[in-house]
Design a protein around this ligand. Structure first.
Ligand code: PXG
Length: 459
């Protein structure tokens, strides 16, 4: 790389002149200049000025084995030398996606034994949407094609991903969504439970909004329900324990397929390989991406349950769908090595029995006591801190969620990279975090909260 020949200022100018960024207000970016992340090691990222930041977001929910893994670079290099690319169309295959598929079938819940590859979570959700509608058409029920999703869901940024998702701002910029997708309430008790309603009662009520949507459309018109086991980009919204079993019951009762989006929760984040296992959900499709390669290569895998797969194989003929890079050999080689590392280092088990509980304890015993914090919540190494003006009444500073941005900016200035979404501060760190890393994160977050409180209460 020759970027060292450029000053930060020059890079920022070129960035502003030529590079349109995802989810970015470009006018603001041009005024501020982008932060140039230039290297990373273990749990830390570094910017061009040498500033060290503890990466509380594992990149963007993906770098589960942490940075600087030579083994992953070597796996990519070896595969590129041997065979950089060949497609998996037209009855061809290459060995790495074959072996990865076997591995994923072993790790996935028992009813899942087939994999369809893409290069992003959005692509694989597009595949999932097409597949479930195609399934019902093949079963002679083409009208059974409505999908039920949830407000605030994030399922990606393509037209299909945005349509499946429930982000209002994204829909406003879409100019017409994929038809026949409806959105029901999210299972977020802290904000939506009625006074006196228990979390479990609220969870049942939230699940029954899915039943209401099925009854309204008629079960013969509903193909599937799609949901993230824990809503990620929507603010790490963890459903009450009653929610998923009730969703499962409703889907079975009305013969509605269950699509899980585990792009964030897959590959160890919740202390099991998949959150389907954490919550005991039996799904017909599971979308995965991100941590499949720990972000070292773009790769997604739609895990397809036996019910859909057998219809596709037996009745489907040719499925007119696929991507040039479906089953890309280099990405699949990196995924295989990444899974080997996760297994060898026992990272999933460690999240379940050690770091996950310790992370929860840090949030509960240190962060939740802070005057700005209305609620903390976590499963495994995925958590959120809710910022409020008043702990007792849950009053927010302002409706737009600008208070969390103040906290985030102080966090970054104090060596802690984390996200703000609405008034939720988000944590989704690499699974290599130890108790010591969690302590360090706790110190930095507390400092950021103190500084933010001084700003926010003064304003
Ligand atoms: N489903 C879920 C649950 C996701 O979180 C996607 C699908 C789409 O994946 P791709 O690979 O197409 O981006 C995601 C992605 C954020 C943020 O701000 C979250 C995602 C992507 C970008 C930003 O939290 N999740």
């Amino acid at each position: 790389m020759t970027y060292q020949n450029y000053s930060l200022k020059q890079l920022q100018q070129i960035d502003a002149a030529h590079h349109l960024h995802p989810f970015t207000d470009h006018k603001e970016l041009r005024e501020a200049g982008s932060r140039m992340i230039t290297h990373a090691e273990g749990p830390f990222i570094y910017d061009s000025e040498g500033t060290e930041l503890l990466d509380g977001m594992a990149g963007l929910w993906c770098v589960n084995v942490g940075y600087g893994r030579d083994e992953l670079a070597e796996a990519a290099y070896a595969q590129m030398k041997e065979m950089p690319y060949y497609n998996s169309f037209f009855k061809c295959s290459t060995p790495t996606p074959v072996l990865l598929s076997k591995k994923l079938a072993e790790l996935a819940p028992r009813n899942i034994n087939q994999v369809f590859y893409g290069s992003s979570g959005s692509e694989s959700n597009d595949t999932a949407l097409r597949l479930v509608r195609h399934y019902w058409a093949l079963e002679g029920k083409p009208e059974k094609n409505r999908i039920i999703s949830r407000k605030m869901a994030y399922h990606g940024s393509t037209v299909a991903g945005t349509s499946l998702g429930g982000m209002e701002g994204m829909h406003q910029q879409l100019g017409g969504a994929v038809p026949n997708i409806v959105h029901v309430m999210m299972p977020y008790a802290y904000e939506l439970a009625l006074p006196g309603e228990s979390d479990d009662d609220f969870g049942l009520r939230a699940a029954r909004s899915v039943e209401d949507a099925i009854l309204e459309a008629g079960a013969d018109n509903v193909a599937a329900f799609i949901g993230e086991p824990i809503m990620g980009a929507g603010g790490v919204k963890i459903p009450p324990a009653s929610y998923w079993p009730e969703i499962q019951r409703i889907c079975r009762k009305y013969d509605v397929l269950l699509m899980l989006d585990e792009v964030i929760t897959g590959y160890g984040r919740t202390g099991e390989w998949f959150a389907a296992q954490t919550f005991g959900i039996e799904a017909d499709t599971i979308t995965t991406a991100k941590a499949l390669t720990s972000g070292y290569q773009p790769l997604s895998a739609l895990l397809v349950g036996d019910r859909i797969a057998s219809t596709l194989v037996e009745k489907g003929g040719e499925f007119y769908h696929g991507y040039t890079y479906s089953g890309h050999p280099v990405a699949c080689a990196v995924a295989l090595k990444n899974i080997e590392i996760i297994e060898r280092e026992g990272l999933v088990e460690r999240v379940k029995t050690d770091t996950g509980p310790y992370f929860a304890q840090m949030l509960k015993e240190r962060i939740a006591r802070h005057g700005l914090v209305g609620e903390v919540r976590s499963v495994g190494l995925m958590g959120a801190i809710e910022i409020v003006r008043d702990k007792a009444t849950k009053e927010r500073f302002s409706p737009g969620g600008s208070a969390a941005v103040v906290v985030r900016d102080h966090a970054i200035a104090n060596g802690m990279m984390m996200r703000a979404t609405g008034d939720s501060m988000i944590l989704s760190p690499p699974l290599i975090w130890t108790r010591a890393t969690i302590d360090m994160a706790g110190d930095r977050i507390l400092k950021a909260l103190d500084l933010a409180e001084a700003d926010l209460r003064k304003a």
